[in-house]
Design a protein around this ligand. Sequence first.
Ligand code: NAD
Ligand code: UDP
Length: 339
Amino acid sequence: MSILVTGGAGYIGSHMVLSLLEHGHNVIVLDNLSNASSESLRRVEQMSGRQVILVKGDIRDRPLLDNLFSAHDISDVLHFAGLKAVGQSVEHPLRYFDNNVSGTLTLCQAMEAAGIRRLVFSSSATVYGEVATMPIHEALPTGSPTNPYGRSKLIVEEVLQDLAKADARWSIALLRYFNPVGAHESGLIGEDPNDIPNNLVPFVSQVAVGRRDVLYVFGDDYATPDGTGVRDYIHVSDLVEGHLCAMQAIARQSGVNIWNLGTGQGYSVFEIVNAFEAASGREVPYRIAPRREGDIAECWADPAKAERELGWTAKRRLDVMMQDTWRWQVNNPEGYSPA
Ligand code: NAD
Ligand code: UDP
């Protein structure tokens, strides 16, 4: 049996593939390489001493999916493929709904036709919308995401809920990630954003390594202890371990299961800057800039449900998240592309 990892060449997917191989699973990756390089998987193969089958293709390509499912004996699908740039989703909503929503529909249709009904979906804390009190637990109703990217995640969650309601044979995990950061401790794989990073930690990291001059802090007048936005940063390796636990859980129970994957601890932008400076020994110059549209003041998880039901908690602390990000960045200043 094999596991299909859509988007497996990307940031989180490549860490997942490595861990699956290390746990003895056979892995097939389906990735159109729209936001990734096959170099990530070459390194994963080198690190694990095992081979990955990379199918270069699109989750919206139904004939390709049908061929893939008939050629391989697949037990589970871990579905990471998707577009994730919030700002771009505002400019190109159709592209986002087509890729993230239609793509998932096509994937599920092909899974159903092939009789494969175990799916782990990469969702996001953005589906909660603006929440008045922290921390956020899974029993809270979903809210109104502030952009098309977030809405695409919410729509997919709702589609998957309906699917499991209609057919009890489906076992689905909706994993709501908080803020994934960090890199594998080897420094060989990590996050390699195209263009200007949207997210805080990759931006800070590029400033520290000298690829960018200055960090713009988006607002210092929030109602938070130091005025900057607070988020729940989670190490990508902890996130991957959460997926392994979720896979085991949905093999035992059908229906839809929702788990927050976060640490339960919020950090401000200034705390991240300080932690990164300590980890890297480099200065991270910053300027205060206006708030970014659609940003919320604070967001952190209540991870108790995942601990109770999966026996999973995030173990890696902020200093480790920053050290691992830095090791990846300094060893690969231009990411996967050669300098
Ligand atoms: P990523 O961009 O590094 O990985 C996504 C991968 O999917 C890329 O390799 C890309 O080439 C591939 N892809 C995109 N569209 C595809 C398509 N139509 N067909 C085949 N492959 C396609 O992003 P990531 O950070 O690894 O995120 C993985 C998943 O987790 C995404 O669904 C993302 O929305 C979700 N997520 C990420 C974060 C985060 O901060 N990184 C937070 C919450 C949720
Ligand atoms: N942020 C910032 N400068 C940047 C990128 C992000 O000040 O260049 C802030 C942002 O306003 C938020 C926090 O850092 O308070 C985390 O932002 P990110 O985009 O990483 O995560 P998200 O807001 O999607 O949770």
